[in-house]
Design a protein around this ligand. Structure first.
Ligand code: DAS
Length: 379
């Protein structure tokens, strides 16, 4: 184990002492507790929850992804009261370093753990907060089990002032261990809030900085453990069609913004797909995105806010979606040409970053634009 910074070492020693003090006594009752506590696997990937303040107890000299999975777990002795925790180091990086290849590897690791370990109650993924919502949404779509997967991070490093990682980790493990968390999809637990991976967003780098927006919380973690008020109803988990067990890489999907004066993005090599953050195209942009569709790029639109709730176009209907409304104003020949193109797909209530993830997975299954629109209607 690498050396612990001084403050962390003190907390770790205190933690170890508490583990000894609270260790189950060797009588019949405690033996039962040991075997009945649910098993929870923690997969650590780095981030601020594994980060340190180089001058402990100050606000200075921050490094993400430094403490190991074992060190994080050892700093929260209370975990052992709620679960038999196993820790595994998946990566140890700032989450800006997380790649789509790692999303795939992580989803495969989680699927394999659930496939091989019926005794596992749930899995916790510790993660940096910068890309947390994207990893969580990928897992929401690509983990084909209904057991809980909880993604958790921290806004303050473990050896800084008032770290939030330990209490967040405790809440995440309690949520992963709880039978009431089954069938809720991958969730993010931060600040005692349980938020669906589909809706969660990082608003700012401060405690309380994760939100479910208008869709709110699924539940809260109270002193009694996780309490749910709502459950998601779209497809995820065991009902997901995105089985990535045999997928080796994800198709390239790019992101673009629409804005006044915009003329669309240019690419040296064409991506398989493109998600455009837009509330509607100017004619110059509509022409640029039409050219990309003519070259076989699957174009999906998403509101920049991620909050679009307008009705989705029917599967075989001509493409007259709001973002493509300029097509309806063109003469008949232009409209006929538009109809001959692969349709532009519309996403509903997904941020552009999450629409990109859904399109990446969807393109592993189909390139039929009607099928793509079906997928965007169901997930
Ligand atoms: N260092 C950043 C990251 O790894 C921020 C964090 O975790 O809060 O994403």
């Amino acid at each position: 184990m690498p050396p612990l910074p001084a403050l962390m070492r003190r907390r770790w020693l205190l933690g170890a002492a508490l583990v000894v003090l609270s260790a189950p006594r060797a009588d019949a009752q405690s033996a039962t507790d040991t075997t009945t506590r649910p098993a929870v696997l923690i997969l650590a990937t780095g981030g601020t929850i594994a980060g340190v303040q180089d001058a402990p107890g100050t606000l200075g000299g921050y490094r993400a992804g430094t403490l190991t999975a074992e060190q994080i777990v050892a700093s929260v002795p209370e975990l052992s009261r709620h679960a038999r925790v196993e820790a595994e180091q998946f990566a140890n990086v700032a989450s800006t370093m997380i790649t789509p290849a790692q999303w795939l590897a992580l989803a495969k690791r989680i699927n394999r753990a659930f496939d091989e370990r019926p005794d596992l109650a749930g899995i916790v993924v510790t993660h940096g907060t910068d890309r947390l919502e994207e990893t969580a949404f990928f897992l929401y779509l690509a983990v084909t089990h209904d057991k809980p997967v909880i993604v958790v991070g921290a806004q303050r490093p473990a050896t800084g002032i008032s770290p939030d990682g330990p209490i967040n980790l405790l809440a995440a493990v309690r949520t992963a261990a709880a039978p009431q968390s089954v069938g809720k999809g991958v969730t993010v637990v931060m600040d005692d809030r349980i938020i669906s991976a589909r809706e969660v967003r990082k608003l700012y780098q401060r405690t309380g900085g994760f939100s479910g927006g208008d869709m709110g919380l699924l539940g809260v973690v109270s002193s009694n453990g996780p309490t749910y008020f709502f459950a998601p109803v779209r497809r995820f988990g065991a009902r997901s069609e995105f089985d990535v067990r045999r997928v080796d890489s994800l198709p390239r999907v790019e992101l673009a913004f629409s804005y006044p004066g915009g003329t669309g993005p240019r690419f040296d090599t064409m991506p398989a797909g493109l998600v455009v953050a837009t509330t509607g195209f100017a004619p110059s942009e509509a022409a640029a995105f039409r050219r990309l569709r003519e070259q076989g790029v699957q174009v999906v639109t998403a509101f920049p806010s991620g909050d679009n709730v307008s009705a989705l176009p029917r599967a075989a209907a001509p493409d007259t979606t709001p973002a493509n409304a300029t097509a309806a104003a063109r003469p008949d020949s232009a409209r006929a040409a538009e109809r001959a193109l692969p349709r532009q797909v519309v996403s509903q209530h997904l941020t552009p970053q999450k629409a990109r993830i859904l399109l990446m997975l969807a393109l592993t299954r189909t390139r039929d634009p009607n099928e793509l629109q079906r997928i965007f209607a169901e997930y």
